[in-house]
Design a protein around this ligand. Structure first.
Ligand SMILES: CC/C=C\CC/C=C/CC(=O)SCCNC(=O)CCNC(=O)[C@H](O)C(C)(C)COP(=O)(O)OP(=O)(O)OC[C@H]1O[C@@H](n2cnc3c(N)ncnc32)[C@H](O)[C@@H]1OP(=O)(O)O
Length: 299
């Protein structure tokens, strides 16, 4: 399918958007007779089973699925499309990059850029989280790789987490190890998931949990052999989709609204806080040292 600048309406009546030179949401690129559809975008793969009402988003931003601004832009648009298309009642989040669910925020977006960039980046992070956390769909995270920091937040924002049983696949909010502080709403989501004491312990030490530990502390709901992650996510989804939507959605909103509102009411202040924090010389140095360490790890 050709790339077209601007907007173009196709025969199927779907409007496609081209933004930042990236093809987004090319719908019905492949449509099987069994109701399977595949949307194509550069960094986010969407497969869907229309009959079951289930979509699967696969992160495809190699090498480590870092949450770059380009990735987030595509991801938000895909989420919006699925949310607005009432065909879909359930969404599975997983990775197309072997061994990595997501390495979290893209450190290169937080280093050596200008203040306007940091603000734009943080707004996209907030938007992604709000869309995930408040989604009307059932969200199941099929965590098939390492999931530090922002990657962990994506998983924690789902309704249910299935983690592959591989000791290399560690999950947690490790911000303090980078010399930075997890934002209050990352903290809130962690507290809501594992409780105050365990969250305080994990956050201060920047703990990254191996699968058995993650299960024990309640950060994930199930640990299964690696080759069963997707099938387990699917059977969990089927169970959740058996509940009437309106009752489940209102219950989800009742449980999550206060946490989301806490950010919504101070979004601009949160952006300013991030910009002034991340642009400090000391923080820039810490981030650069950390990135350098990651690069040198291989040599
Ligand atoms: C007021 C609030 C203020 C601030 C709040 C900010 C909140 C931040 C939350 C975050 O998400 S911060 C990001 C935290 N993420 C991490 O600490 C993960 C770091 N990465 C890793 O631990 C590992 O890369 C991995 C376990 C994910 C994968 O390991 P492996 O498969 O061995 O790959 P490499 O380490 O060799 O990495 C390959 C390649 O990718 C680069 N990279 C890794 N992570 C990031 C990242 N988060 N952002 C940008 N780039 C990343 C790494 O440097 C390598 O690059 P090369 O150029 O050397 O190929």
């Amino acid at each position: 399918m050709a790339l077209v600048a601007g907007r173009k309406t196709f025969a199927a009546g779907k409007t496609l958007l081209l933004r930042a030179g990236v093809w987004l949401g090319a719908e019905a690129a492949a449509r099987g007779g069994n109701g399977a559809r595949r949307f194509v975008s550069q960094r986010v793969l969407v497969e869907s089973d229309v009959t079951a009402g289930i979509a699967t988003i696969k992160f495809k931003n190699p090498p480590v699925n870092s949450l770059s601004l380009e990735f987030l832009t595509e991801f938000i648009i895909c989420l919006e499309k699925l949310e607005n298309d009432k065909t879909y009642r359930g969404l599975i989040l997983t990775s197309d990059c072997p061994g990595i669910f997501s390495a979290g925020l893209d450190l290169r977006e937080m280093c050596g850029k200008n203040l306007a960039h940091y603000a734009e980046y943080w707004r996209a992070i907030q938007e992604t989280w709000l869309k995930l956390y408040l989604s009307n769909m059932v969200l199941v995270a099929a965590i098939n790789g390492a999931s530090p920091a922002g990657g962990c937040l994506m998983a924690l924002s789902s309704d249910y987490r299935v983690l592959a049983d591989n000791p290399r696949y560690r999950i947690g909010l490790n911000e303090t190890l980078l010399g930075i502080v997890a934002p209050f709403w990352f903290k809130d989501v962690l507290v809501n998931t594992i409780g105050h004491r365990a969250a305080e312990h994990a956050l201060q030490l920047g703990l990254l949990f191996q699968p058995t530990e993650a299960l024990q502390v309640g950060m994930v709901d199930q640990v299964v052999p690696e080759d069963q992650v997707q099938s387990t996510a699917l059977s969990v989804m089927t169970e959740w989709l058996a509940i009437p939507d309106h009752a489940r959605q209102l219950t989800k909103s009742m449980m999550r609204k206060a946490t989301a509102d806490n950010l919504i009411k101070q979004r601009e202040a949160d952006i300013q806080n991030f910009v002034s924090f991340v642009s400090r010389d000391s923080i820039q140095k810490s981030l650069q040292v950390y990135l350098e360490k990651l690069k040198q790890k291989k040599h």
